[in-house]
Design a protein around this ligand. Structure first.
Ligand code: ZN
Length: 136
């Protein structure tokens, strides 16, 4: 099972971090924390801290990035909710044992040295759900 400890971040798809930054920083009032490229996910990400939660803006770095497909189909907007977990391998094993589907059956490398895995939205009530074990 997920055994969520907290909401780690909300993933938001954007066409351009440069263009979206004005809104998230100046209109919303998020605290810009930096930009990082996550090659494995074919995205560039920018984090904005809002209270205890971060917003993760996701900009595709390639036409075959999963975020490119999302933007084409739905435009900019909420892409996923990420929950803080510990022992991500155990969490994945328990989810699969319960007959629920994972998109990633092995942890992948996320931003900030985290390890992440996405559940299949059909097994998470229509919300793309990311398990996120923070890096140390
Ligand atoms: Zn994320």
């Amino acid at each position: 099972m997920i055994k969520a400890k907290a909401i780690n971040h909300l993933g938001i798809a954007v066409k351009s971090i440069d263009e979206a930054r004005e809104y998230y920083e100046n209109v919303l009032g998020g605290e810009f924390e930096g930009i990082e490229e996550v090659a494995e996910q074919k995205v560039k990400v920018a984090f904005f801290k809002v209270g205890d939660v971060r917003l993760e803006l996701l900009e595709p770095t390639s036409e075959d990035s999963p975020i490119s497909g999302f933007l084409e189909k739905r435009g900019e907007g909420i892409h996923h909710v990420a929950y803080t977990v510990d022992k991500i391998e155990e969490r994945i094993a328990e989810i699969k044992e319960a007959g629920l589907r994972m998109i990633n059956e092995e942890p992948r490398n996320g931003a900030h040295n985290s390890r992440i895995a996405f559940m299949h939205p059909k097994s998470s009530r229509g919300v793309l759900t990311e398990l996120c074990e923070p890096g140390h």
